[in-house]
Design a protein around this ligand. Structure first.
Ligand code: BG6
Length: 460
């Protein structure tokens, strides 16, 4: 048996926009996702937006009962800023307070600890119209929103997270065109990243000022960068990818400052973000108590083969190129590489280079397109591939914990098949299948397996 430390967190994660639905009901204002879908539905898989998602807004009580069946002792979701404070900064929506309060109370009642995240890609449209993360007014509005959440729910919620994968809105919205506002501009992207960090730190400062008994952290997607070879040029490419995509957030939130190599690199290319006096002190105060790590697939890189065109836009890919390792193991249903050992590498990196900070796997999972083809006569989805995927990742995690890694838990992405941004319902990830026509929920084979693992606190 591979047994995990006592009290290990077993559960799953989702986010408000991806699960609640009722996206323009209950007093909620539009987020950038509602808006983008209204003006460009063709950018979404099958034209599906987040209006209904998996109807958690109506079905939360039954869904929490299902979480209990799955053996969850913890569960992460987020609060939708545009639901709690529809104008972004101002009046609180009482219907939203009641909703989140009920969800939190029911989770606790069922023995499931709520892990609450404040921002998962869902900028209120009214805040985006003021400039989104490029605007310091929005940064301050976010800090007020965060404080409001702590005051309203901090008596019961003791695990808080300021952002989920903060680099993704930077990449999607300001570099690679897969999130609204579809800007492509590195310097603006760097400012968005910097302001997000300032916002994070202001929320941490606000939390600590209230003297509540709990922990505050952030959730980062840490994607280890593996070089094609040990050639100096490939090593440098991997180092730069790591610097830009991992250490840009990981270092400030754990050590209180940006890596000096990153500052040097960006200043060399004239791409440093707009920074205000006092920002670096604020960032120093944003060191977290707890880190969530999302991991899906590794990043393999090689040295760039060509010099950038003199008129090309400055991009991270000036420093590396993706590398497709021959023979790599693939999840053919999503097109992502599977490399379970990365779980161990992440854990050992945090242990050796980040002061063995307490952390947990806040997302890991296997997306499958066309998953209905795995339905058995019994009607249940026979997702043995997902069981295998989770087991292998957990095995590497177990080995790292044995060697002293400070990992506190494992949350799957996700509890129930959910709407996922531009991919909508293309890739299914849940322990529980969602029938889009009827909204019926059905446990997959992996859900039953996970209930056993969580009950036994380990597996054979
Ligand atoms: C994670 C995000 O990185 O990937 C989730 O935090 C997202 O919000 C998940 O749903 C899966 O993405 P996709 O594109 O495979 O559906």
């Amino acid at each position: 048996m591979k047994i995990f430390p006592q009290g290990f967190w077993w559960g799953s994660a989702t986010s408000a926009a991806q699960s609640e639905g009722s996206s323009l009901k209950g007093g909620k204002s539009a987020s950038i996702w509602d808006h983008w879908h209204a003006i460009q539905p063709e950018r979404f898989h099958n034209g599906v937006g987040c209006a209904d998602a998996s109807t958690f807004y109506e079905n939360w009580r039954d869904d929490i009962a299902l979480m209990k069946e799955l053996g969850h002792n913890s569960f992460r979701t987020s609060i939708a800023w545009s639901r709690l404070i529809p104008s972004g900064d101002g009046e609180i929506n009482q219907e939203a307070v009641d909703f989140y309060s009920n969800v939190i109370d029911e989770l606790i009642e069922q023995g499931i600890e709520p892990f609450i995240n404040l921002y998962h890609f869902d900028m209120p449209l009214c805040m985006q119209e003021k400039g989104g993360w490029e605007s310091r007014e929005v940064v301050d509005a976010y800090a007020n929103y965060a404080k409001t959440c702590f005051v309203l729910f901090g008596d019961r919620v003791v695990k808080w997270f300021t952002h989920n994968e903060p680099i993704v809105p930077v990449e999607g919205g300001y570099l690679y065109d897969f999130h609204y506002p579809n800007i492509v501009d590195f310097k603006r992207a760097a400012t968005v990243a910097h302001n997000t960090l300032v916002a994070h730190s202001k929320a941490v400062i606000a939390y600590r000022s209230l003297g509540l008994k709990g922990e505050i952290g952030i959730i980062l997607n840490l994607t280890p960068s593996y070089p094609r070879s040990q050639n100096q040029a490939d090593l440098l490419a991997a180092e730069r990818a790591d610097l830009l995509f991992n250490r840009s957030f990981l270092d400030p939130v754990t050590k209180g400052e940006y890596p000096s190599e990153l500052v040097t690199l960006l200043s060399e290319y004239g791409q440093l973000p707009g920074c205000h006096d006092g920002d670096l002190e604020i960032i120093k105060a944003g060191v977290v108590d707890l880190l969530g790590v999302n991991f899906y697939f590794p990043r393999r890189v090689q040295a760039p083969r060509y010099a950038p065109h003199p008129d090309a836009l400055f991009m991270p890919e000036w420093f590396f190129e993706p590398y497709e390792m021959p023979g790599r193991k693939m999840n053919p249903h999503r097109g992502w590489e599977i490399y379970e050992e990365a779980m161990y590498d992440i854990a050992i990196n945090l242990k050796d280079n980040y002061n063995n900070i307490p952390w947990f796997v806040s997302e890991n999972g296997m997306g499958v397109e066309g998953e209905e083809k795995f339905r058995a006569e019994s009607f249940q989805i026979q997702d043995d591939y997902r069981i295998e995927f989770v087991k292998e990742h957990l095995s590497w995690l177990h080995k790292a914990i044995d060697e002293g890694a400070n990992c506190k838990g494992y949350h799957l992405w996700t509890f129930i098949d959910c709407w996922s941004w531009c991919n909508a319902y293309k890739n299914r990830y849940g322990w529980i299948e969602l029938d889009l026509e009827t909204q019926a929920r059905r446990m997959k084979k992996s859900g039953q397996w996970f209930a056993q693992v969580s009950n036994d606190n380990g597996f054979e």
